[in-house]
Design a binder for this molecule. Structure first.
Ligand SMILES: [Zn+2]
Ligand SMILES: [Zn+2]
Length: 173
């Protein structure tokens, strides 16, 4: 859905509709859309600046980075963006750091699909986990620890005991 800046109504444009994206467009590998993206957007132009306020909602399926189990990841994210014409990009160096988030439109157009997809991708965690305390997989049999004990004897080196080992070694001399 492409917005032509010069055809925007004076009072702006309110959009409420679903967008379908192929799951491969997501930055998160293995992520899958379980629902279309519901977007509510308001687009307003003031002189050469275009303001896009919006909310995106969807549900995705992620793969846990530790136990590899699939889990649902709901997104409900709001954003408030300002777009400037691309000619202004050359002046970017003159903006200070707080303007680092400025966006630019090209050829007098803004592709709303791109905007929505980018905002969606920004909501993803760096490493998706099924739960913050996910214990991952048993190092011996590969069973998901969350699903119960597998009975494997996992020898884990406890760093807190390291100094004790050294002490014992000394005694043995
Ligand atoms: Zn997990
Ligand atoms: Zn095991």
């Amino acid at each position: 859905m492409i917005i032509d800046i010069d055809k925007l109504p004076k009072d702006g444009l309110d959009i409420s509709r679903n967008f379908d994206f192929p799951s491969v467009d997501l930055v998160e590998e293995d992520a899958v859309f379980l629902q279309p993206v519901q977007a509510e957007l308001s687009v307003k132009r003031m002189e050469e600046e275009v303001f896009i306020k919006g909310r995106v909602k969807t549900v995705l399926r992620f793969t846990c980075g530790r136990c590899l189990a699939p889990f649902e990841f709901p997104v409900d994210s709001r954003f408030d963006l300002v777009f400037l014409p691309e000619e202004m990009q050359e002046l970017k160096e003159e903006f200070d750091d707080e303007d680092a988030d400025r966006l630019f439109y090209r050829s007098r157009r803004i592709d709303l699909r791109e905007v929505i997809l980018e905002q969606l991708n920004l909501t993803f965690p760096a490493r998706p986990l099924c739960s913050p305390g996910c214990e991952g997989l048993c190092a011996v049999c590969g069973k998901i620890r969350r699903e119960g004990a597998c009975g494997c004897q996992v020898k884990e080196t406890d760093v807190r005991l390291e100094p004790l080992k050294i002490l014992r070694k000394d005694k043995g001399k």
